[in-house]
Design a protein around this ligand. Structure first.
Ligand code: GLU
Ligand code: ASP
Length: 499
């Protein structure tokens, strides 16, 4: 069995199942990032231009809290797959919900369709994302050294989908044209394309998966016994009722507005990882060495959250900068603001081979906390760079060259290379045995926490606050990066043998 698995080299030297998962995730990310590339504009464009007419700050805040929820729900998705459905089925159900989420937005039903879509995509992505990654790991035996290369290819697939859709989806939304968004937007056509992408991903997953994914992935790894299910159902009901009561109370007292709901989600997104840490650090199932490693993970988690706050603001703050402050052509080549979303994944694809080479040939390379520290300095620098056009010109009115955004994205992607793949691998290595899959969810919770903080601060961003905004957030990141540098040695010691 083991040998048979190691011998499967049908997809560019990797197991054939990797191709199935590669294309599934490529299409899912195509739909997600394509939708996000136009969603911000859909929300704040005037109704007469095909938008929903939200206030720009509220639209920005919704973008961030939505991104936060999408990565928070992975906690539930991981659990359902481990204990109830098995990963293969969980991913499929997730994909179907995501597709319906995009379909909801492709229909002309305004804000109710938007919130239905957000709910479907939050739950669907929670079911799909952690489990499709977990299945990649499951393609390799413990002794198979193709695992890291397999994950790099998988990440390439994510970014391939994410790079193509900011061209394709805005093109459809823009009356099938490449130019700055005009007066007669058809955002619904764009969202339909996202739905079609997810549909293609599902088709491929269903038929290919039947042939090439393992039978084990059809069953939960640690199936829950009937008697243990009861308290969980009861607690879920208690949670839902408590939530309903809070919302009802807010309604009765006249406080039920979108900003307060976003506040509640922000608090949950920050509280959740704190609770998780306390649980792991106090659990009897966690050995002494493992506990020390969890302590080491705390500063890395905070660093990751700061990094993701900056990286994820690309689809919010930098998207606004593209729309309101950037000249939308390079020479004679016309662009829509949404097209700039392609830069993040394109730079990842360009930089990945260099970093793969660097890590494989640099013998005295820094440890994970060292890389995180430098990563935070780069992330902060990408923001400090964005403060420059306002400072140099002495004004933040008018439009500036697109090269500012291109440069900023290039700098932040260096940071992403130093934090994202390193973080994924160090997370698996520092995970206590009893919390292996939960620790993976923790990694996504760092992104969720970063975006939850964004949901509060992006509201403050506008041309008037532009320079201060970029300077303050950028400096926080640089300062934390430098602070982390002083703790590299002690953290490394706490990691107890893990690099
Ligand atoms: N941008 C990546 C993705 O969509 C990373 C998300 C994360 O690791 O938080 O898969
Ligand atoms: N860099 C993101 C993630 O790795 C993709 C994006 O933001 O477009 O995949």
């Amino acid at each position: 069995m083991e040998n048979k698995r190691n011998a499967d080299k049908a997809f560019l030297g990797q197991p054939r199942g990797l191709s199935t998962l590669f294309f599934t995730e490529m299409w899912e990310r195509f739909s997600y990032y394509g939708m996000r590339a136009i969603l911000l504009f859909y929300m704040y464009y005037a109704v007469s231009k095909g938008g929903l007419g939200f206030d720009q700050g509220t639209a920005a805040s919704i973008m961030s809290i939505y991104g936060s929820l999408v990565y928070m729900s992975g906690v539930v998705g991981g659990w359902l797959s481990d204990r109830v459905w098995g990963s293969r089925r969980t991913v499929f159900i997730g994909g179907v919900l995501i597709m319906f989420g995009h379909i909801a937005l492709s229909l002309p039903f305004g804000a109710p369709a938007l919130f239905t879509s957000i709910a479907l995509i939050v739950v669907g992505t929670g079911l799909l994302k952690p489990n499709v990654s977990e299945m990649v790991g499951g393609l390799y035996s413990e002794t198979d050294n193709r695992r890291d290369a397999g994950f790099s290819m998988f990440v390439f697939g994510i970014n391939l989908g994410a790079a193509v859709s900011p061209w394709a989806v805005p093109f459809a939304a823009n009356g099938f044209g490449f130019h700055a968004f005009g007066n007669e937007m058809n955002f619904h056509a764009g969202f339909s394309l996202a739905a079609i992408g997810m549909f293609l991903g599902l088709l491929q997953y269903y038929f290919d998966g039947k042939k090439y994914l393992s039978k084990e992935s059809l069953y939960p790894q640690d199936p829950i016994e009937k008697e243990n299910m009861r308290p969980i159902i009861i607690w879920t009901i208690v949670g839902v009722v408590a939530l309903a009561v809070i919302i009802a109370l807010m309604g009765v007292t006249g406080n039920l507005d979108i900003n307060n709901i976003i506040w509640i989600i922000t608090i949950v997104a920050i509280a959740l990882p704190i609770i998780y840490f306390i649980m792991m650090l106090s659990s009897k199932k966690v050995k002494k060495v493992e506990r020390s490693r969890v302590w080491a993970y705390v500063p890395l988690f905070i660093a990751a959250a700061i990094f993701w706050a900056i990286e994820e603001s690309g689809s919010v703050v930098l998207a606004l900068f593209a729309a309101n402050r950037t000249v939308l052509h390079i020479g004679g080549w016309q662009l829509a603001a949404a097209n700039f979303q392609t830069l993040n994944p394109v730079f990842i694809m360009i930089l990945t081979p260099f970093f793969v080479w660097l890590w494989s040939s640099w013998t005295k390379q820094p440890s994970a906390p060292g890389k995180f520290s430098v990563g935070l300095v780069f992330a902060g620098a990408s923001y400090l760079f964005m403060a420059l056009p306002g400072i140099i010109n002495g004004t933040t009115s008018g439009r500036v060259s697109p090269w500012w955004l291109i440069g900023s994205w290039f700098i932040v992607e260096i940071a992403e290379m130093l934090i994202s793949p390193i973080g994924l691998s160090v997370t698996t290595k520092l995970a206590p045995k009893a919390f292996q899959s939960q620790m993976m969810s923790m990694w996504f919770l760092a992104d969720a926490a970063g975006q939850a903080v964004n949901a509060q601060i992006v509201k403050l961003y506008s041309a008037n606050t532009e320079v201060a905004y970029f300077l303050i957030v950028g400096l926080v990141s640089v300062a934390f990066g430098i602070l982390l540098l002083f703790f590299v040695k002690p953290i490394h010691k706490l990691m107890d043998g893990v690099d």
